[in-house]
Ligand binder design. Sequence first.
Ligand code: GLA
Length: 381
Amino acid sequence: MKRLSTVLMLFFAIACNNANHKENSKNDSVTLLSRGAYQQDVMGKKVDLFVLSNKNKMTVYITNYGGRIVSVNVPDKSGTFVDVVLGYDSLKHYFDRKENYFGALIGRYGNRIAKGKFELDGKQYQLAINNAPNALHGGPTGFHNQVWDAKQIDSQSLELSYVSRDMEEGYPGTLTVNVLYRLTDDNSIEISYKATTDKKTVLNLTNHSYFNLNGAGSGTINDHLLTINADKFTPVDSTLIPTGILADVAGTSFDFRKSKAIGDSVNSSSEQIKNGKGYDHNFVLNRKTASDMELAATVYTSVTGIKLDVFTQEPGIQFYGGNFLDSSLLGKKDLHYSYRTAFCLETQHFPNAPNQHSFASTELVPGKTYQTKTIYKFSVQ
Ligand code: GLA
């Protein structure tokens, strides 16, 4: 009996050691998703899984449920493919597991609106309070939970469209949205957004992909080196609503003007780090032009040698360090998506702009077309 328990203990020790090893090394296997696991009717519409691939054999899997990027397989420095985004193996897990907006298209309003209230032309609008006491990411039935109409244009591009009815999730105007995902031969994912409305409304579209450049589920991202092209950020109150001030990053934990490990000051005692429970802040991008495509951020890890450059036409970027992920979360290939094992770089207008009139306007009026583009470019170094 004693021998048996010793053998069992030894077995557990080896198993745990292996599991820990998996947590801290790279996860270098390409994800092969089953299309069937995504093909289902949801709200009377057909959900499917689409794949984009380029001449370098890079692949991007996207479902029209929430317009979500499910998997991005990029070559690392040794040519091995690594899946660098978080997501689920099957559609049903987007319903039965915790909502983290994995890979989703976010709308109508990415990020928070204070108390879920705003005013347009003297009229008050009230949104759902889904992140008490505020509204977050377009509400419970925001664009991340809608079935988009999908048209695969060719092997490298997918067009998604969605018509959001007047007063859907409390926002005025019928909004027609069109998003083009394009995988280019230089290993970039281009996301082009377009929208029109029939009544004045507010709008702030983004994509909520979570990245881990050592492979989804391979452990912390605190060793990733981050650069953000921003001299200023928007400090927040304890509910993550910007105070309205544009603060200098110089001398703070938010200075990523030169490449710095994400983990360097993620546990600092600064009030802003406490408010965000780590990094969950909007950076004010340094821009040479009002809205041309410019480099916003770069992330690099020496483990795989994978580098991500984010280019955008937007004025801001939300850097979120995965503070709400926890090890109970089982992702693709049954890997655990633990605390701070992924980061998001959500290009956007500033949070709460509808109530903070010193921020660039997020209003869209009939007759005008909202148009913006963001590029996530992968390379090795
Ligand atoms: C955004 C928010 C975070 C969090 C994540 C999703 O990035 O800023 O606070 O809500 O989405 O968990």
